[in-house]
Design a protein around this ligand. Structure first.
Ligand SMILES: [Zn+2]
Length: 68
């Protein structure tokens, strides 16, 4: 049986995903994912979560809301 293998995967789960460079939460972005396909990846800095990314790069759409 391969029960041991399953347990190992659980232990190493956190290693599979990038953490936010700003707040440190898991972004759910696999480390194996190509950078070009990633969301909220900042070149030269690293992977960010959505919240931190939007703080740095507010979406233009938000201005439309403000203007009504
Ligand atoms: Zn963050």
């Amino acid at each position: 049986m391969v029960d041991g293998m399953w347990i190992q995967r659980q232990i190493h789960k956190d290693d599979l995903y990038e953490v936010c460079i700003s707040c440190g939460i898991s972004t759910g972005t696999p480390k194996t994912l190509e950078i070009a396909k990633r969301l909220y990846y900042v070149e030269g800095a690293g992977q960010m979560c959505r919240d931190c990314w939007e703080t740095l790069y507010p979406l233009p759409e938000k201005k439309h809301h403000e203007l009504g």
